[in-house]
Design a protein around this ligand. Structure first.
Ligand SMILES: [Zn+2]
Length: 639
C-alpha cells in the first residue's frame, strides 16, 4: 500500500478543515478508548496496537494544533488550533489517570513480546503510574489539582516575564558604539535622550556595543530585574507543588521524578554532571578570563575583576579585535536561496536522500516550500517536509522543527516542518548554523518515522538526548569545504578557507566562560527545585559565586526572568548533556571526509532511524561501538 501525505486545506477552507480534523481525531480516539474499556483484546500485541492507535490519533490533532497555531496567517485558525491542543491535553491527562484502562494494561501478559512491544508496554504502564493512576481517589484528585495549578503558574510566570519590559533612558551621546542602523531606529527625543528597552533587540546590542560602562550597567540591572518581585512567590509555589507531585507518586523529589524518564536517569546524577562539567571547564575558563582581563585592563589598568555588566562588551571586543572576523564581510557569502539549496544538497548527500520539490502541494502560506523525501535512487516518497523560513506577522518568533504527522509504517508518512525567521537576502552565519541545527531535528523526525509504533516515532527519544543529533549537524555548517560548495558571493567566489578558520577560532573563544555560565544556570535549575530555598536571591548569589566566571551584579534578581524554570524545570543541564553526546557522536566522523558513506549510513540507521525504540544510550553505543563518553567533549573544551 502506498501512503499519501496529509492533504492540507487552502486558506479559505482552513477553519472548517481544522474543526473537522480535530473533531474526527478526538471522536475516533474516544471510540477506540470505549472499545478498549468494553472489550479489552486478550492478546497483548492487539491491546498495544489499539493504545498506540489512540496515541496516534491524539498526536495528529495535537500536531496540527501546535503547528498551525504557530504559523497560520489567519488568526481565527490559530485560535481554533490552540483550542484543539487544549482539548487533546485534557483528554490525554484523563486517560493517564483512568484506573480501568490501567487495569487492562497491568493485566496483560508480557511474555513472548518482541523487544519493542515489551518496551512499549513498559512505557505505557510508566505513563499511567507517573500520572498517579494507582493512587487512591483523594491523591488522584490532588494530583489533578496540582497539575492545573502548575499550568496556571507557568503561564503567569511567562506572562510576567514577557510583559515586564523596562527601559533605560540616557542622553543620545551615551549610546555611542551601537551599530548605525540601531541608532537610526532609536532617534533622540526632544530632550536629546534615547530610550532602550529590555527586549533583546535593544538590550543585547546595548550590553555588547555601548562604550559607556554606566549605560551597560544600567541596562544590565534593568534586564536582570525583570519579573521581580512578582515572580518570586510564583516560583516558590511552583517548586513546592512540583515537589509535592513527585512525592505523591513515589519519588524523593521533583528532579528524581523528572530525570527518571531521561538519559541522565536520576536526580542526584544532575549535580554530579554539573560539577564534572564545571571542573573540566575550570582551566579553559581561567584561560578565557586571562585574555578578557588583559583586554579589560587596557581600559582600566587597576581592575582586579570584570563586572558582569561588562562581560558581553569585552568578549565581543576580543572576538572582533583578535580574530579579525567582520560580520559584514561574512554575510556576503550567505545568500538565502543558495544556502537553502546547499543545505538540501549537503544533508541529502550525507543521509542518502533526495528532496523532490512539490510545487503544487497545498501550503498555509506562499513562502512555504514542500518536498517529498526519497531514498537516493528511488522515486517512492517516504516522507514529506515543509520549509517555512521567513518572518511574517502572527508567526512563531523563534526557530524550531514542528511535527505535522508522526510516521508509522503502513499507516502514515512522517511529515515535518521547519519554522524559522531568516531574512530573504543575505544571512548571518549564525543563522546558517541554526538552519542546519533545526534540519537535524527534521531529518531525525522523518528517518525515525518508519517504525511500527507511533509512540516511538521520530524524535520521541529521551528529552535530554533530543538536541544531540541537531547539535552534531551544526558541524557541517562550520566545515570550510562544505561551506565553499554553496556559500559564494555575488560574483560566485566561494567563501575563503582562511576566513572560515578565523570564524571558527572566534567562535571557539570563550567556551570555558560559556560552559561555566551554563553550569551556574543548570545549578539554579536543579537546586531551586531540590532545596526549595526561602530566599532565591541569596541562593542564586551563592551558586553564582561557585560556578560563574562573573560576580553578582548588586541589586539584580536574574532568576525572576529565567524562563527555563517553567519549561525545563530542574533539567536545564540538558543543553550541555546533549552537547557532550553530540561531540562524542561527531568524533566517529573523519574531519577530512564528513561524507564518508559508511559512517554516515551507520549513524543514520543506528541513531536516527530507530527513533525512540531504544534507550538513547544504547543507540549511541550501537553507533560508536562503545558506551558514550566524556572524552570528545573534554578535548573540545580544552582545545
Ligand atoms: Zn534544537
Amino acid at each position: 500500500m502506498t501512503l499519501s501525505p496529509l492533504s492540507l486545506p487552502s486558506s479559505d477552507d482552513a477553519l472548517s478543515w481544522v474543526e473537522e480534523y480535530a473533531a474526527d481525531g478526538l471522536a475516533t480516539a474516544r471510540r477506540l478508548v470505549d472499545e478498549l474499556r468494553a472489550a479489552p483484546p486478550a492478546d497483548t500485541p492487539a491491546a498495544l496496537r489499539q493504545w498506540d492507535e489512540i496515541g496516534r490519533r491524539l498526536g495528529n490533532v495535537a500536531a496540527v494544533g501546535s503547528l498551525l497555531s504557530n504559523v497560520h496567517p489567519r488568526e481565527d485558525v490559530r485560535t481554533r488550533c490552540e483550542q484543539a491542543e487544549v482539548d487533546v491535553d485534557r483528554m490525554a491527562t484523563q486517560l493517564r489517570q483512568d484506573r480501568a484502562l490501567y487495569d487492562v494494561f497491568a493485566a496483560l501478559d508480557a511474555s513472548g513480546l518482541d523487544d519493542r512491544a515489551a518496551r512499549l508496554l513498559d512505557k505505557v504502564l510508566t505513563d499511567f503510574r507517573r500520572a498517579g493512576v494507582d493512587r487512591d481517589d483523594a491523591t488522584r484528585a490532588r494530583l489533578a489539582e496540582i497539575n492545573e495549578r502548575l499550568t496556571a503558574l507557568d503561564q503567569e510566570f511567562s506572562r510576567n516575564t514577557r510583559d515586564d519590559v523596562r527601559t533605560v533612558t540616557a542622553p543620545a551621546e551615551r549610546f555611542a558604539g551601537l551599530p548605525q542602523d540601531w541608532l537610526e531606529a532609536h532617534p533622540a527625543d526632544a530632550a536629546g535622550d534615547v530610550t532602550a528597552t529590555t527586549d533583546y533587540p535593544d538590550s543585547v546590542p546595548v550590553r555588547m556595543f555601548a562604550h559607556d560602562a554606566d549605560l551597560r550597567h544600567d541596562m544590565s540591572v534593568a534586564f536582570l530585574t525583570r519579573g521581580y518581585p512578582q515572580n518570586e512567590p510564583l516560583l516558590q509555589e511552583m517548586f513546592a507543588l512540583r515537589h509535592e507531585l513527585a512525592t505523591l507518586v513515589g519519588y524523593a523529589d521533583w528532579a528524581s521524578y523528572d530525570a527518571d524518564v531521561k538519559m541522565i536517569g536520576s536526580g542526584p546524577a544532575i549535580p554530579e554532571f554539573i560539577d564534572r562539567i564545571a571542573a573540566a571547564a575550570a582551566e579553559p575558563m581561567e584561560r578565557d578570563l586571562a585574555v578578557l582581563m588583559a583586554r579589560y585592563r587596557q581600559d582600566r589598568p587597576d581592575a582586579t575583576e570584570i563586572p558582569g555588566s561588562d562581560a558581553s562588551y569585552y568578549q565581543e571586543a576580543v572576538r572582533r579585535e583578535q580574530y579579525d572576523v567582520d560580520a559584514q564581510q561574512v554575510r556576503r557569502y550567505f545568500d538565502f536561496t543558495k544556502v537553502r539549496q546547499g543545505l538540501l544538497e549537503v544533508t541529502g548527500r550525507l543521509f542518502g536522500l533526495s528532496y523532490l520539490p512539490v510545487p503544487d502541494a497545498p501550503v498555509w502560506h506562499e513562502d512555504v516550500t514542500a518536498y517529498d523525501v526519497v531514498e537516493t535512487g528511488s522515486t517512492e516518497p517516504f516522507a514529506r517536509i515543509y520549509l517555512d523560513l521567513h518572518p511574517r506577522e502572527g508567526k512563531y518568533k523563534h526557530a524550531a522543527q514542528f511535527t505535522l504527522t508522526d510516521g508509522v509504517a503502513g499507516r502514515q508518512l512522517p511529515e515535518g516542518v521547519l519554522v524559522c525567521n531568516f531574512s530573504r537576502g543575505l544571512m548571518e552565519h549564525d543563522h546558517v548554523v541554526t538552519l542546519f541545527h533545526e534540519f537535524g531535528h527534521l531529518v531525525h523526525h522523518v528517518l525515525g518515522g518508519r517504525g511500527e509504533w507511533a509512540r516511538f516515532a521520530g524524535v520521541a527519544t529521551e528529552w535530554d538526548f533530543v538536541e544531540a543529533p541537531s547539535q552534531m549537524l551544526e558541524e557541517w555548517a562550520w566545515d570550510a569545504d562544505i561551506l565553499a560548495s554553496f556559500a559564494t558571493d555575488e560574483s560566485g567566489t566561494p567563501i575563503p578557507a582562511d576566513l572560515v578558520a578565523r570564524m571558527r577560532a572566534a567562535d571557539d573563544y570563550g567556551k570555558g566562560i560559556y560552559a561555566r555560565v551554563q553550569m551556574f544556570y543548570a545549578a539554579m535549575s536543579y537546586w531551586f527545585h531540590t532545596d526549595r530555598p526561602s530566599d532565591l536571591t541569596a541562593a542564586m548569589r551563592e551558586l553564582q559565586a561557585r560556578y560563574s566566571p562573573f560576580p553578582y551584579v548588586e541589586g539584580t534578581h536574574m532568576f525572576a526572568s529565567f524562563g527555563h524554570l517553567g519549561g525545563y524545570t530542574s533539567a536545564y543541564y540538558t543543553y550541555m548533556w546533549s552537547l557532550v553526546i553530540a561531540k562524542d557522536l561527531f568524533s566517529a566522523f573523519d574531519p577530512a571526509d564528513l561524507f564518508d558513506p559508511e559512517v554516515a549510513g551507520r549513524y543514520r540507521d543506528r541513531v536516527l532511524a530507530p527513533g525512540g525504540a531504544k534507550d538513547a544510550a544504547d543507540l549511541v553505543a550501537d553507533f560508536l561501538g562503545r558506551p558514550y563518553s566524556f572524552d570528545a567533549f573534554a578535548a573540545w573544551l580544552a582545545r
